[in-house]
Design a binder for this molecule. Structure first.
Ligand code: C2E
Ligand code: CA
Ligand code: CA
Ligand code: CA
Length: 278
């Protein structure tokens, strides 16, 4: 009985600590959204599997909190989504990313595109299409140089609504990639009917390459799907030469991962591009 009471106390303390931590993180996030100065976009090079040269970049947000230090997007993006704060945050990411792409152009670094992650909550926001139009106009980026990374769950959830919204983006000339493909349970005929231009093989498949037979089978299935649907193909999370060799032999056109580079600051990206651009 005594133990029972103690363990009840223990759990309730732990739970309330968790609730407090979440509430504190939420208030810190609201504060950070006042001027965005604690946020920074990092960039991970996307590399041609053929040449090993950088062809594009993916923007990945970082949050430098004055006390908590670097907070991982895996921790604060879900919270920002839950609180609806992803809408202003995502708008900032889109603006900053397009501006940085244009700065690269001014420096003579012409990349094929910049990829920006867009949350389901942003896509569902009725103001998002006009936000996108405004950012395209104000940044001056060619729409074809902007690729939005959407999740597979977005197209799986409400295919009809997704198709309509994605078509709006395609009509403007923006490219669309399905991120983390293979983890979101979308039906093949759903994918086929979506106006997307690329699929990204999830890291969890790449991890098992080239030895694990399930990973090999799944990767080959996604490669042939991309070929048949005439979609560009990126593999993420490439960490070893053996993974690269396998993906390159399978004719996956674009690869990214720690084998080439971790996500880096804009200044480091400039250096990386100068050293590794065709
Ligand atoms: P994601 O879009 O799937 O991004 C890939 C994640 O894997 C990134 O983590 C990247 O740093 C990491 N990564 C890349 N290559 C490797 C590798 O070779 N090995 C390993 N172990 N990891 C690798 P990160 O930057 O922590 O981002 C986590 C997730 O947070 C992203 O997953 C994305 O879903 C979300 N996220 C990041 N930035 C944004 C953003 O601006 N907007 C939205 N909506 N979501 C974002
Ligand atoms: Ca992504
Ligand atoms: Ca991904
Ligand atoms: Ca992933």
């Amino acid at each position: 009985k005594e133990n029972g009471r103690n363990s009840f106390c223990f759990f309730s303390k732990e739970l309330s600590a968790q609730v407090n931590a979440k509430a504190e993180l939420a208030s810190a996030l609201r504060h950070a959204l006042k001027d965005f100065s604690e946020f920074e976009l990092y960039y991970q090079p996307k590399v041609s599997a053929d040449t090993g040269k950088v062809v594009a970049v993916e923007a990945l947000i970082r949050w430098h909190h004055p006390c908590l230090g670097l907070v991982s997007p895996a921790r604060f993006i879900p919270l920002a989504e839950e609180l609806g704060l992803i809408v202003p945050l995502g708008e900032w990411v889109l603006e900053q990313g397009c501006q940085d792409y244009m700065r690269l152009c001014e420096l003579g670094i012409r990349l094929d595109h910049i990829s920006i992650n867009v949350s389901n909550v942003q896509l569902d926001d009725d103001a998002f299409p006009s936000t996108l139009d405004r950012v395209l106009r104000e940044s001056g980026i060619i729409p074809d140089a902007l690729e939005l990374e959407i999740t597979e769950s977005y197209i799986a959830r409400q295919p009809g609504q997704a198709r309509e919204r994605l078509q709006y983006f395609r009509d403007r000339g923006v490219r669309l990639a399905v991120d983390d493909f293979g983890t979101g349970y979308s039906a093949m005929n759903t994918l086929q009917s979506m106006p997307v231009t690329r699929i990204k093989i999830d890291k969890s498949f790449v991890d098992g390459l080239p030895c694990d037979s399930n990973s090999v089978a799944l990767t080959r299935a996604v490669v042939s799907l991309a070929k048949n649907f005439k979609l560009a193909l990126t593999a993420e999370g490439v960490e070893t030469a053996a993974q690269l060799d396998f993906l390159s032999a399978e004719k996956c056109d674009e690869v990214q991962g720690f084998y080439f580079s971790m996500p880096v600051t804009f200044d480091h990206l400039i250096t990386y591009c100068r050293d590794n651009k065709a």
